[in-house]
Unconditional design. Structure first.
Length: 220
């Protein structure tokens, strides 16, 4: 199991674009690895189709995408044609590789097996995990859904915006934050440092406790 802040494993895997070594494949980019229970399954097909359509948005943010499913590369390549048909994607190729994890070695290493959902052979299905890895090769965020629940990848895109903003700016993003919305000054920032760090100004919302911790600032 990989925890937040841990160095993400530098695994070697067979994919639809050939053999990759994860850190080398990432280079200096961000990366999102998202897993699927199996090929030719309905929820997975909708998810991969959605991510393929959103791929240009992730590319704008310097994020590389890679999927994982517990079938072989040949199966993945056949499945891609179904995904493209469902999502109405035109042209040759596919915008990201799919890892073949037939022996479920990566699923075990990354703690992605769903004990409550089984395949036709009685084996635990791979859960719907999302791992966001930073350019420093450390895990910045993880989301784990059961096999039966499809994910919202527009939320994943929103999360990437937040992670990238807060990595270099001393802010947090409040509930339901979206690109362009107000951010919050971290509690660790001393008041005397606020004018220098936040030239757009800071608004403090008064609270019954009297503690001035609700500090809002326009997005840096």
């Amino acid at each position: 199991m990989v925890n937040l802040g841990d160095l993400f494993p530098d695994f070697v895997a067979q994919t639809t674009i050939g053999t990759i070594k994860f850190h080398e494949w990432m280079q200096d980019s961000w990366a999102i690895l998202f897993s699927h229970p199996a090929d030719f399954t309905p929820v997975c097909t909708t998810e991969l189709g959605e991510v393929a359509k959103l791929a240009p948005e992730f590319e704008k943010r310097n994020v590389k995408l890679i999927a994982l499913s517990c079938d072989d590369v040949l199966s993945h390549k056949k499945w891609i044609e179904d995904i493209k048909s469902y999502a109405c994607l035109k042209g040759e190729g596919f915008p990201f590789p799919i890892i073949a994890d037939e022996k479920r070695e990566l699923a075990v290493l990354l703690g992605m097996l769903d004990p409550d959902e089984k395949d036709k052979d009685g084996l635990p299905l791979t859960a719907r995990a999302v791992f966001v890895v930073g350019p420093d090769k450390r895990m910045k965020l993880s989301i784990l859904y059961p096999a039966t629940t499809g994910r919202c990848f527009k939320e994943v895109l929103r999360v990437v915006d937040s992670l990238q903003l807060t990595m270099n700016k001393k802010v947090a993003t409040p509930v339901n934050w979206e690109q362009g919305g107000d951010c919050m000054v971290l509690p660790t920032i001393k008041q005397e440092d606020v004018p220098k760090l936040f030239p757009k100004g800071v608004t403090v919302r008064e609270m019954p406790s009297g503690i001035p911790y609700m500090r809002f600032t326009p997005q840096p």
